[in-house]
Structures are given as structure tokens and as C-alpha cells.
Design a protein around this ligand. Structure first.
Ligand code: TRP
Length: 326
């Protein structure tokens, strides 16, 4: 099976543990089992009004380093930057001509972002078409995504179907791979998903130092938002979720029993989480430093793009012929 997924180089490009446990760990696992193509979607990042030229350059490089440090192996996967393969935007235009305007206006992510911004750029509206192009360019059959991307994937399937109907069978309809990935919540506001946009107290970066991580874990919100009759507050549930990802099951069970018996000290839970989280992150941080010192990221991305492009060009030759642009 051919698998494709993408991640945006936003902000500094540093990954946080929500990205790692929610997506990247699974990307790493899929590498051995399938043909995997992973894309740093820098064209998508341009839809954010905060993106600057220099910021984008740095974020792309930083994200590539982070992905490699987390275990994306360029021998096993194609890892590249979207803008190095111009076929993405070429296919995007053609797919835009089969996509439904009505569908695009109904995309939840677009509606939410448009409601927040005072200036809404056209890229935000076209975002799902470019995403469909990313996937279909490689005729990917499956796409690991978070729940929040299911609607975009459904749109990619509709676009594939419409293209096939109008121009003849060309693209497989990509299936989402969901589940398994953990939905890590913000430490400071456990009712929302962990993200960098809310501020540094809300997330833990994979490259953060020991002191910072200890402080953030210690100050994680616990018993706020506990509704009567609910066994566990969202904050405590989030700490347990994280602990399960990094600590041995016996330890988690012991803490769960203490919690059920009403004698769990959050201090102990947090201390254990800190220790095991550090043990998980340390090898990633070591690898990151090694890779950064070697300074070969640009070469890795260029080699990835060359491989991606061969597939992309073959698809485009076929697409041009189908639509009569050959
Ligand atoms: N929209 C995705 C996200 O925000 C990123 C993305 C762009 C993507 N193109 C993709 C994901 C193609 C999967 C497949 O997470």
C-alpha cells in the first residue's frame, strides 16, 4: 500500500509532544510496513498570515530535522518539501476545476478560520484542493490523519471520484487511517488540543530542556473542570494518557488504582510522567543534535524531492493526457 501524509511547517517548525504521540510515531511505524511518502507542506503554511519568508525557510528546515530525529528514515520513506515538487500546484489547479465550490464553502476548518480572521486569503479557501492534490499526485491509497482532517480527506475522495467520472478512472479514493494516534490535550487548558498557537505553557516541545519540561509538567492543570459524577478531570485524564505512552503498564495501573481509591498524589503522578517523558525524549534530542551538527538536511530533502518528483511527473503526464492538456 502507498501511504501519504503531510505536516505544516508553522511557527518555528519545532514539533511538540502532541505531534509526536498523535501522528509522527505512527508515521515512523508505518515506514517498515508500507511505501511511505511524507511531505512538509510549505505551500499550505503560506495560508497563515503570520508566515514570513525567513520564518518559513527556518521552519521547513527545523521540521525536517525534527522528523528525522523522531525516526523518519530517508532510506525507508520519501521525505521532502512540497514546494520542491511543482506538480503539486499544477495538479491543484486541475483538481480545483472538478471540486465543488459548494463543498469548499462548507469545510469546517475554513469556516472556523474565516470567522476568526479579519482578512481571509484565497489560499485558505483552496487549502483542501491543494491537500487533495498532495495525496492524489502519488495515487496514495491511505492517509494517516487526525480526526480534524477527516473532512478534508472526504473532500479529497470526492474530488478523486469527480475526476474519475469526468475524465476516466485515474485516481484511487484515499482511505483515512485514524485512531491509534493519541489526542494529547493542552497542559494549561486540557479541554483543547495541544498546539503551539495557544502559547508556550500549553505544549511541550520535543527539544525542550529538562528544567522547562519539569516545570510545565508540574504546573499542568489538574482538577479544573471536573463535573459531578465524572471520575476524572480532563487534566488528570490527559496526564494519564501521556503516562500510558511513556511508562510501563504496571506503573500506570498502580497510579490508576491510587486514583480510584482517592489517594493519588498528583505530585507523584507528575514526577513519574516527567521522568518517563524525559527518557522518551532524550534519544530524540540526542539524534537531533547529531543531525543538526552533520548539516545534511538540505541534501536529504533534495534527494527526497527528486524521488517524489519522478512519481509526480508520471501522474501529471497521465492527467494532462486525460484532460487534453498534452
Ligand atoms: N492539512 C493537514 C494538517 O493540517 C496537512 C496536510 C496537507 C496533509 N496536505 C496533506 C495531511 C495531505 C495529509 C495528507 O494536518
Amino acid at each position: 500500500m502507498r501511504i501519504f501524509s503531510g505536516i505544516q511547517p508553522t511557527g518555528t517548525g519545532e514539533l511538540h509532544i502532541g505531534n509526536y504521540f498523535g501522528a509522527i510515531r505512527r508515521w515512523v511505524k508505518l515506514q517498515g510496513e508500507h511505501e511511505t511518502i511524507y511531505c512538509i507542506v510549505d505551500y499550505h503554511a503560506l495560508t497563515s498570515e503570520d508566515t514570513t519568508a525567513d520564518g518559513l525557510r527556518k521552519a521547513r528546515r527545523e521540521l525536517a530535522l525534527g522528523l528525522l530525529a523522531c525516526g523518519i528514515d530517508p532510506e525507508k520513506s520519501i521525505l521532502y518539501a512540497q514546494s520542491d515538487v511543482p506538480e503539486h500546484t499544477e495538479l491543484c489547479w486541475i483538481l480545483g476545476c472538478v471540486a465543488s465550490y459548494g463543498d469548499l464553502t462548507r469545510m469546517t476548518q475554513f469556516k472556523e478560520k474565516a470567522a476568526k480572521e479579519e482578512f481571509v486569503n484565497g489560499g485558505l479557501f483552496y487549502y483542501p484542493v491543494l491537500q487533495a492534490a498532495d495525496i492524489l499526485l502519488y495515487k496514495a491509497e491511505a492517509v494517516p490523519v487526525g480526526e480534524d482532517q477527516l473532512q478534508h480527506l472526504e473532500e479529497a475522495r470526492r474530488i478523486a471520484r469527480r475526476f474519475n467520472f469526468r475524465f476516466g478512472e485515474t485516481f484511487p479514493e484515499p482511505e483515512p487511517i485514524v485512531g491509534e494516534g493519541a489526542r494529547i490535550m493542552s497542559l494549561a487548558d486540557p479541554e483543547r488540543k495541544m498546539s503551539k498557537s495557544a502559547g508556550p505553557e500549553h505544549y511541550i516541545g520535543i527539544l525542550e530542556g529538562e528544567e522547562g519540561i519539569r516545570r510545565k509538567v508540574r504546573s499542568a492543570v489538574t482538577d479544573v473542570g471536573l463535573t459531578p459524577g465524572q471520575a476524572m478531570s480532563p487534566g488528570v485524564a490527559n496526564l494519564f494518557l501521556l503516562l500510558e505512552l511513556v511508562a510501563p503498564p504496571e506503573l500506570v495501573d498502580a497510579f490508576r488504582r491510587d486514583h480510584a481509591a482517592g489517594k493519588l498524589l498528583y505530585r507523584d503522578l507528575k514526577e513519574a510522567l516527567f521522568t518517563h517523558l524525559m527518557a522518551t525524549l532524550r534519544p530524540i534530542q540526542d539524534r537531533y543534535r547529531e543531525l543538526a551538527a552533520r548539516g545534511e538536511v538540505e541534501e536529504v530533502l533534495a534527494a527526497g524531492a527528486a524521488r517524489a518528483r519522478r512519481i509526480a511527473q508520471a501522474t501529471m503526464a497521465e492527467v494532462r493526457e486525460r484532460v487534453g492538456l498534452d
